[in-house]
Design a protein around this ligand. Sequence first.
Ligand code: GDP
Length: 704
Amino acid sequence: MSATSAEGTSDGSPLSRVRNIGIAAHIDAGKTTTTERVLFYAGRTHKVGEVDDGTTTTDFDEQEQQRGITIFSAAVTLPWKDHQINLIDTPGHVDFTAEVERSLRVLDGAVVVFDSKEGVEAQSETVWRQAMKYHVPCLCFLNKMDKIGADFYESLLSIEKRLESHPVAIQLPIGAEGTFEGLIDLVTMKAYRFAGDHGVHVEEYEIPPAMVADAKQWRHTLEEKVAELDDELMHKYLEEQPLTECEIKRVLRQATITGRMNPVICGSSLKNIGVQKMIDAVVDYLPSPLERPPIDGVRSLKDLTVVHRKPRRDEPFSALVFKIVAEKPLDLYYIRVYSGVMKSSMRSYNSNTGEKENISRMFRMFAKRREQLDEAGPGEIVACVGLKDALTGHTLCDAKDQVVLERIEFPTPVISVSVEPKNSKDKETLIETLGKMARQDPTFRHSFNAETGQTIISGMGELHLEVLIYKLDKDFRVPVIVGKPLVAYREAITQRAEAEGRFIRQTGGHGQYAVVRLRVEPFKPAKGEEAFSFSNEIKGGALRAEFVHAVERGAKECLSMGVLAGYELLNVHVTLLEGKEHPVDSSDMAFENAARMAFEEACKHAGPVMLEPIMKLVVTVPDDYFGIVSGDLSARRGLIQDTEMRKNHRAITAHVPLSEMFQYSTHVRTLTQGRANWAMEPHSYAAMPLNLQKELLRKHGYGD
Ligand code: GDP
């Protein structure tokens, strides 16, 4: 493996020919089938797997095959026409936001798969929003063109209307449903069909006469849209000169990369139609790592000076850990290199922990095999072993030239269950295993409640927890007894209040002395800011700085215990108003205690309330079921935000308390005879109605 030019990857292919992409879609749109076909055509697997018979290559996890959904990301490298495509499999269920965001973070582009019969569905909107959040350039692939009811033009319209997008058709289907047989490429103005076993032969032919007029009209629309983005081409367009294939590709590529256009293509992965043209479009329109803006980071967690890193071999080394997969004997760390060169047997610096990390061996991952590498250059996605304390989202860099790349932001878990090992001898293994799982999945938390002796695990939704429990049993062989799901309530204060805390023990010997007066008040942290802030209003050093710090520490420690029912208290600003110290008897410990007493007392008088997680729910139902589903949502204390007609379906957006949503899956299926489609994600925390708060407190033994 020889080193190449400044922009080269380690295997000699220039970086401009690398595409780090993902196939994103919600469950059932056909992502797994499409991925499987991509792997097959890229010549890396020799058998076309069918999802339905559970033999696909990327869905290697047993549970995924059982559920038929792709939950875990796996990075796969494949060659395509002189290019190296690194395909990062993105999970499709909103309960697994962390997995989705984690993979989107390291992609340079994505193909978003839609079902051409359904068009944009509730869950496609979530997937799209996530891609937009990370400014990932996207192609739209209208899959399942062979299915009864498939409609390319309606689906195109739904992308335009329902997504914040700029779709432009660059293909048209030839036929639809049972007669779907190929496609017209509006850039080359040729027709294509996919002949031979599994459609391996892409045959180009003239546009069928019956479709020439349509093709010309859509080509005209394409030219118009392209010309709008380029002065030179606009000039040509106005003079009615035809644009060349090369000109269209150039502008379309630029516009896609900058997010001003989303080329729309079509096919049927199941019937082997259009997949190779989709991979061609990835190469033609999605960016190489060189075409992405330099990555930004900060110098260190303390020094927030912004640092840019260009994807060049001669820049200092920086890379991001985006996935950890538990493997025996060593965990596998998936890493994207952003700048410089990563070598096997290298020591790198983890700028999030401040620890050195060894990279002992490194691999390029194919679906079923791995190839050992000596080094990996910028833009490459590799897996390595040897790291110990790195977590998902951590930066590895050169110790002499440090950087912390943006940390991935993960939502906090909203739902918990208690777990207890079935075999009591597994107690320690359970704790160890949960620690391991938390390292792989940052939206998963676990804690031990000393009072009840229970181990609690928390996550993003019911399905998320179900999957984690299944993994405990099947992957780690620690079967558990699971309690009822519990909502992760929070507490907050609603008013200002003041109180004094006195911690005085002066009966003989060395005493304790601290007196503080605190004010607490609600505050709204900015995005990414802590839910606690502190200020000191004592003038002129009347209290020693170390004691001021002790007061802050003492007050902050109280947050986790809450004031009403032991749930975490959020969004409190504390002001230190007065403090008295004793020349001999005062200590940090005394001030921490006095601060705790003052804080707790003040919060009790500051109108404490319980907060509950509110979910954003989108349900799409046939119009006939609208009344029954929206009535049910109201009964669940849901507030309908919006309803929209989509063909003969109605999409309802509502904010609903999570505590009312347990088993919604089963319930909505019964209500609509299985015809509802829904997605849910954490939205916010809101104060509970007083009567429910009282009931909840009574249940917890805190009633009046
Ligand atoms: P995923 O959940 O997005 O990964 O979707 P899958 O690839 O598992 O596909 C979901 C279902 O749709 C499976 O039963 C597939 O066989 C089927 N499917 C996938 N692609 C097509 C297609 O192009 N046409 C039709 N008719 N069915 C498809």
